[in-house]
Design a protein around this ligand. Sequence first.
Ligand SMILES: Nc1nc2c(c(=O)[nH]1)N[C@H]1C(S)=C(S)[C@@H](COP(=O)(O)O)O[C@H]1N2
Ligand SMILES: [Mo]
Length: 319
Amino acid sequence: MYKLTKKDWEISENEVTSKELFDNRRTFLKLGAASVIASGSIMEALAKEKMPIKNLKFTEDPNPNNLILNTYEQITSHNNFYEFTTNQRKVKDMAHTLNTKNWTIKVDGLVEKPMTLDFDDLLKKFALEERIYRFRCVEGWSMVVPWIGFELSKLIKYLKPLSSAKYIRFETLYDEQMFPDQKNKVFNAIDYPYVEGLRMDEAMNELTLMAVGLYGSSMPKQNGAPIRLIVPWKYGFKSIKSIAKISFTDKEPLNTWQKENPKEYGFYANVNPKVDHPRWSQARERVLGKFFKQNTLMFNGYEKQVAHLYKGMDLTKDF
Ligand SMILES: Nc1nc2c(c(=O)[nH]1)N[C@H]1C(S)=C(S)[C@@H](COP(=O)(O)O)O[C@H]1N2
Ligand SMILES: [Mo]
């Protein structure tokens, strides 16, 4: 069930500083059983996993960005999840109102058979993988996360969209009981539910992940439980959380941040150090927990895997 893939684009454990990885794996072990209400299959997977701690060898990190896994603590205590609050430090204390029991995802639009997916069934359908990805927020912070999930391409193949479907559109759950800001509208620039979308070829790319956990455990609520999108070469706002609806469409979806401010946020949102945000530079980023900034990489370091998707496009216009 639990499978560790090693592909050329994957940040290998050898690239990650040995000591940090070791400590993080230990943190994960500590957290695994006690603090997480995991779904059956993730717990099962967790129990079967063989921790590679003993086999770790130290290899000097060849990556200019000196990749180190962020800690569980860092990843789960600095969050953007406006349905709760715009205060990144407070999301974790508010997220308990999100109830993920009996979670379903409605599937509609240009698809062979519209249906409602049960989250627990989904977990049984697709083998879970760990993917260590860089994650870069448009605001200029970043992190390295060991996500758990399955490729979106697998889900799409299962759902069988019609050939007329050119885009996939996602919606976060709308529930004023669970998400205080959907009711209070303190941050009233956002029109809920949160919406995101991808062109079909982006969605089918092998990097695009439906994430159901991190550090080997179920997704923490503040990170978008029970299931979210992860598109590692795009700014973080594309990685929509707590998905309750998927639609296939022939029109480019109007995503939440583009709708809120089309001059500052577009549909593509590819990480690009050369295209600045109108109000700040995107050339550099600060990794959570680090003091010094580092250079931001084109497509967040995934140029080899995704640059071909944008051939012929003017990335300064289609930002
Ligand atoms: N539904 C929803 N999804 C969302 C957001 C949000 O506010 N609501 N914020 C986005 C932004 S701006 C970022 S950077 C990431 C943050 O993910 P994290 O909290 O797991 O780091 O989630 C993205 N997905
Ligand atoms: Mo973000």
